[in-house]
Design a protein around this ligand. Structure first.
Ligand SMILES: [Zn+2]
Ligand SMILES: [Zn+2]
Length: 202
């Protein structure tokens, strides 16, 4: 199993391809991700979105059209796939709406959607089960956390989500939606300061 990434578009949104011996999974295909994906897949299996912001879902429709593969997103962010507030991208349709903490299996590979709303209503970290890997989207970055002041964001939910992730005992390698990789244990060290800052803002 191998994970490759490309930073897409002006926000440098990370699109990841998980290459397995069954085929490939695409996480958050951003602006022009199609070109990157085409170069690195033999048998694409599915698209998984960590959340519904336009820079993470931009090429969903193009990939679905090119490869005829299913799209998975948390049910609370489905509306963002066709949100007129998000302009410029081609609207896409989810094939599977994931519930909080759902574990799904695709061709023998399991993914768990850990629900951390706040940045968006359906924001998730997607675990590649059995590998100690999480695609952390815009919830956790290396030394930073996702913004909670966008339309559809919710600072109170963000606070609860940060409290929830603070309690995770297991370490995971984190592949964020922007920037470099990190791991959960290192980021948990900084969470009390973020929580304090966030509480001052609410
Ligand atoms: Zn976002
Ligand atoms: Zn983002």
């Amino acid at each position: 199993m191998q994970i490759i990434k490309q930073a897409c578009g002006e926000y440098e949104t990370n699109c990841y391809i998980i290459q397995t011996n069954k085929g490939e999974f695409i996480i958050d295909p951003g602006v022009d991700a199609l070109h990157f994906v085409k170069k690195h897949v033999k048998k694409p299996l599915a698209i998984l979105n960590t959340h519904g912001h336009f820079d993470h879902i931009w090429d969903n429709a193009k990939l679905k059209n090119e490869f005829n593969i299913a799209l998975y997103i948390h049910k609370n962010d489905e509306f963002m796939l066709t949100d007129p507030f998000n302009k410029g991208f081609i609207h896409s349709k989810a094939d599977f709406l994931v519930e909080s903490e759902d574990e799904i299996e695709i061709c023998g590979i399991n993914f768990k959607f850990h629900f951390f709303p706040g940045h968006t209503p359906g924001c998730c970290m997607i675990e590649l089960v059995g590998e100690n890997i999480m695609f952390s989207g815009d919830f956790l970055f290396k030394r930073s956390i996702g913004r909670w002041d966008f339309p559809y964001s919710n600072a109170d939910l963000m606070k609860k989500s940060l409290e929830k992730i603070s309690l995770y005992k297991q370490n995971y390698r984190l592949y964020p939606g922007h920037g470099e990789e990190t791991n959960l244990k290192e980021e948990q060290i900084h969470l009390p300061s973020w929580l304090q800052y966030l509480k001052g803002q609410i």
